[in-house]
Design a protein around this ligand. Structure first.
Ligand code: ADP
Ligand code: MG
Length: 242
């Protein structure tokens, strides 16, 4: 079974006369419940690729299927619905809403994206608050909690809609080393518990070691794939052209 199937994806950005080839010939298959990282230096194409997987942007060439849906055939509105139902996002700078409490930040996607009844909302938010260890801080505002705590709230917010896939673009870039490990560990624990697939990008070689499948990007191309024990029997890399 495959959750994400990308084939020969290319992405060009045109700014005036200049064309930037941000991604070229990107192919991979990712199974459900995977814990994957894309690593590479600044400018290697990590954000561009995550934006494509997150259906926030479209590639210039290639094909992309997520959960058996050809996401490139969706129009803008259909993409938004698809994202709301299937994908959670975690950002480098947390992106919490400053005027909402921890509780309200986590509840937000249930109100805005999925029209969830009030009782179920309460249950879901309380569950996520507990899993990320933020129940006692639920009435605090983002500026009253630490960076690590903010990212735990953001992880809870990404998961509250029960997505199949969570995308995290450099989620540990603004955290100290120890807190970074804690956030990655938390994501792994949630993968185990909810069977959600996590894909995160990083340029930190230490953090990337926590991933089970590691793709290395360089100049917009996948130049390496490493798999940890238990993930060996995957033929999909044969489709890649490093
Ligand atoms: P990373 O996240 O690994 O730092 P990016 O995906 O942001 O890499 O960028 C990949 C390449 O695409 C870089 O050369 C960058 O300058 C270029 N790029 C990214 N976004 C845009 C954009 N909106 N317009 C033009 N060029 C872009
Ligand atoms: Mg980036």
């Amino acid at each position: 079974m495959t959750l994400i199937s990308a084939s020969q994806i290319g992405k060009n950005y045109q700014t005036g006369e200049v064309v930037v080839r941000a991604l070229q010939d990107i192919s991979f298959d990712i199974k459900p419940s995977s814990f994957v990282s894309f690593v590479g230096p600044s400018g290697s194409g990590k954000t561009t690729l995550l934006n494509l997987i997150g259906c926030l942007d479209k590639p210039t060439s290639g094909s992309l299927k997520i959960a058996d849906t050809n996401v490139l055939s969706l129009n803008r509105k259909q993409r938004a619905v698809f994202r709301g139902e299937n994908i959670g996002f975690i950002f480098q700078d947390f992106n919490l809403i400053p005027v909402l409490t921890v509780y309200e930040n986590i509840e937000y996607p249930l109100l805005m994206v999925q029209d969830t009844p009030s009782e179920e909302r309460k249950k879901r938010v309380s569950e996520l608050l507990a899993v990320v260890g933020m129940a006692e801080q639920k009435d605090k505002y983002p500026d009253q909690i630490s960076g690590g705590q903010k990212q735990r709230v953001a992880v809870a917010r990404a998961l509250v809609t029960n997505p199949r896939l969570v995308l995290a673009d450099e989620p540990t870039a603004n955290l100290d080393k120890q807190t970074a490990y804690m956030v990655i560990d938390l994501m792994k624990k949630l993968r185990d518990e909810f069977k959600t697939t996590f894909i995160f990008s990083t340029h930190d070689p230490k953090v990337v070691g926590e991933a089970e499948i590691i793709y290395t990007l360089e100049d917009g191309a996948i130049i390496d794939r490493q798999m940890k024990a238990g993930e060996k029997h995957d033929e999909s890399f044969q489709n890649c052209h490093p």
